[in-house]
Design a protein around this ligand. Structure first.
Ligand code: PLP
Length: 413
């Protein structure tokens, strides 16, 4: 166990204090926010950036010939550059602003269905995907005649890598996988699996929705063709996300939506499309939140990664101990390599009853299928209670959780 020094504790509290929402009461109880896999909270700098944009330089960007439009364009495009550096993308043009992970995957899947997939091709995903990485591929299969294949999940919540090897073949035209499971916390061996699929000629897609809030993503090192994530899961605003793609892959993909921004020239006879990144950014963009996401990147980069990761690890271990020592509870997902998520079920109570009672004590957890219905079926449960932690959570909060969890479970016995 890592012992956090007073200095480390002080630093962690200083970071937590940058999140104003955390310092509030829910009735008579201090808020304990353990729903970070659903969305993370926002630091003061991100909140201020939104206020500053609307208060001081709101204008439509890119083609404006005036001071405010220029200022907005500079801020928006500098945010794109920050994100490029943050994920180690080759160029800013390969960083496409989207609404979030869901839109990113839909953009790729619908483009590939139109331009690349054929009847009999195989699309490979894993058994622990969020619905956002299942349904768009099912739609692509319907359109193209491709077939969806799924890598099974082992009882401990890890991917069955032997089965993965067998499922990958020259027929695999797309391999789309989740980096960190939002429901189990499993960190998957993304780099290795992507390399295997790419060697067979598949286009690879990595769902980094959960990963971006926990560790630094390097898209070039991962070797993925596409990567997607959401701003709101990395301390940024909702309604904004990123699609990264290798240049040739993006250029080969047809536009997703038509309209302003994404064109070079329009006549009634024919339209030519704009260059990257604009050909995938039709219409007025989400300017404020795009700028806000750049501030979230600045915030993440201001953190001491080593300390943050050690603290998150410590919290995960504590939460796992608390839940596994509570009689009648069973943890779903015990992978060797996990991020800060603990999902559990009780043999006596429904997850939503546990969640509702914990809420009476100010403790915010998520209950249900976590948009992973096939995964819940795999484990034979209707849903789980999910505790998901971030670096601004504290050991004291976990002590509060332990006390109330015991109380709640004895009420439900
Ligand atoms: N993929 C994973 C692993 C997720 O956890 C989520 C959201 O919880 C998504 C995709 C969808 O993200 P969004 O709703 O922000 O588009």
């Amino acid at each position: 166990m890592v012992v956090e020094t007073d200095q480390t504790q002080e630093m962690l509290y200083a970071i937590r204090n940058q999140f104003p929402i955390l310092n509030q009461m829910v009735g008579k109880h201090p808020l304990v926010y353990f729903d970070n896999a659903a969305t993370t909270q926002k630091p003061e700098t991100v909140i201020q950036s939104l206020d500053d944009y609307y208060r001081n330089y709101n204008a439509n960007i890119h083609r404006g010939a005036h001071y405010l439009a220029d200022k907005g364009t500079t801020a928006y495009e500098s945010s794109r550059k920050k994100i490029q550096q943050f994920i180690s993308a080759e160029t800013p043009e390969q960083v496409i602003f989207t609404k979030g992970t869901t839109e990113g995957i839909n953009l790729i899947a619908s483009g590939l269905a139109k331009s690349y997939l054929k009847a009999g091709d195989e699309i490979l995903i894993t058994g622990m995907e969020h619905h956002a990485n299942i349904v768009p591929w099912q739609m692509a299969c319907e359109q193209s005649g491709a077939v969806l294949k799924v890598i099974p999940v082992l009882d401990n919540g890890e991917l069955d890598l032997e089965a993965a090897e067998k499922l990958m073949s020259e027929k695999t035209k797309v391999f789309s996988m989740v980096y960190i499971s939002n429901a189990l916390g499993t960190i998957n061996p993304a780099k290795e699996l992507i390399a295997k699929a790419a060697n067979l000629g598949a286009i690879t897609v990595l769902d980094c929705a959960q990963a971006v809030g926990h560790f630094v993503i390097n898209v070039q090192d991962l070797g993925t063709d596409f990567a997607v994530f959401s701003g709101h899961k990395m301390f940024g605003p909702t309604g904004i996300g990123i699609l990264y793609g290798k240049k040739a892959r993006l250029e080969a993909l047809p536009p997703y939506q038509g309209g302003g921004e994404m064109i070079k020239e329009v006549t009634f006879e024919k339209t030519t499309y704009n260059e990257l990144p604009f050909r995938f950014e039709a219409g007025t963009p989400n300017i404020a939140d795009g700028i806000g996401l750049g501030f979230a990147v600045d915030f993440i980069q201001s953190l001491d990664r080593q300390t943050i990761e050690a603290h998150e690890h410590e919290l995960l271990k504590l939460a796992t101990d608390i839940i596994s020592q509570t009689p009648g509870l069973r943890i779903i997902g015990q992978a060797a390599n996990k991020a800060s998520v603990v999902s559990f079920v009780s043999d006596k109570a429904h997850p939503s009853d546990i969640g509702t009672l914990l809420d009476q004590y100010g403790i915010a957890v998520r209950t249900g299928h976590h948009c992973c219905q096939p995964l819940m079926s795999r484990f034979g449960v209707p849903g789980t209670v999910r505790v998901s932690l971030s670096f601004y959570n504290t050991k004291e909060e976990l002590e509060i959780f332990a006390r109330h969890l015991n109380k709640v479970m004895s009420m439900l016995a």
